[in-house]
Design a protein around this ligand. Structure first.
Ligand code: BTN
Length: 322
């Protein structure tokens, strides 16, 4: 947004629900009728619901997703820049495009809704308005990595800790990218990036959280397997509070991953329900069965097959836990 647009928006926001005379705004901001009309049109194009009479304009409420930019987030890296959108295809697509263009580490793209949020294995992630947090974070880690799973687990551990801290909910990680409560999924993470033989250009970690979605609002095929925070808590959740807590916790955990990674690896193990148990897992090489032993520092799963051979699994879907 240009400086004039921001000033115009801030003026309306400071007088929320008040009818503001067009002439008064023009004088305050030093603009003429044409500029006023242009600024108003462009705010409407952004999706702000500005109401207009012949002589006055006003806005009844400030869109929640845009108030995220007002949150003062005391972080070092993550969320220093937040780019809010109303309606996008996928926040991961935007973040990936920005990362390619050189956008700095920590920038977050968030949208009120996604038309085609991307899920694991090419699935579409259900992302309606007013109901979730659909966001993507850009990382530019300086350490050696062979896959993006490390960042999926980093974000997953942060979500587990944040819902415990805010709501005392017991969530756990279903490796590699689901976060569950009471055996139902409320959060999915999709990390994508550019890594060439251990050299990382960037990673985008896309986090989708079902915040305020009632059971009958989920598509039929998700109703049994999915949940949301409001369903688990029996009350609506404030998305701004949740968002800022996630930013703060992600910032801290990322710092820990750089300075004391063992602590983060321990958290992955602690929050996952499979380590030490027998699992069945569908992998690109077919179904495997064995004892889940550990995660390595890349976030890959190590299992001991019945033959006694230990195998590292980079991706897959766990189908059974005994
Ligand atoms: C999964 O299948 O479990 C991963 C879902 C990831 C969804 C999030 S929502 C924000 C970000 N943008 C996307 O298009 N996908 C991720």
């Amino acid at each position: 947004m240009t400086e004039k647009k921001i000033k115009f928006l801030n003026y309306i926001k400071e007088h929320l629900s008040e009818k503001i005379s067009k002439k008064v705004i023009e004088t305050e901001l030093g603009i003429n009728d044409d500029e006023f009309a242009q600024l108003l049109k462009s705010l409407k194009n952004y999706g702000f619901k500005v109401i207009e009479s012949d002589t006055h304009i006003w806005m009844e409420s400030y869109p929640e997703i845009f108030s995220l930019t007002d949150i003062i987030i005391h972080t070092k890296v993550i969320g220093k820049k937040i780019l809010p959108f109303f309606d996008v295809i996928s926040t991961n697509d935007i973040a990936l495009m920005l990362a390619i263009q050189g956008e700095k580490e920590g920038t977050v793209v968030i949208s009120e809704r996604q038309r085609k949020g991307r899920g694991k294995g090419g699935s579409v992630w259900f992302s309606p308005s007013d109901a979730g947090l659909w966001l993507s974070v850009i990382f530019r880690p300086k350490f050696h990595m062979t896959g993006v799973e490390k960042f999926t687990l980093l974000s997953a551990a942060v979500i587990v800790e944040t819902v415990k801290e805010l709501f005392n909910l017991d969530a756990w990680i279903k490796w590699p990218n689901d976060v569950m409560i009471n055996d139902k999924k409320f959060c999915g993470i999709l990390s994508e990036g550019k890594i060439t033989s251990g050299t990382i250009d960037f990673i985008v970690s896309g986090i989708g959280i079902n915040v305020n979605i009632n059971k009958d609002e989920f598509p039929l095929d998700l109703q049994e397997s999915s949940t949301s925070l409001n369903l688990e808590l029996n009350q609506k959740v404030n998305r701004n509070d949740l968002f800022s807590a996630i930013m703060l916790n992600l910032d801290r955990k990322y710092e820990l991953l750089k300075t004391n990674p063992e602590v983060v690896y321990k958290a992955w193990k602690q929050y996952s329900n499979i380590i030490g148990r027998r699992i069945k897992i569908q992998t690109p090489e077919g179904e495997l069965e064995g004892a889940a032993l550990d995660f390595d520092e890349n976030g890959f799963l190590i299992i001991r097959l019945d033959s006694g051979i230990e195998k590292k699994i980079t991706s897959g879907t766990i189908t059974k836990v005994d």
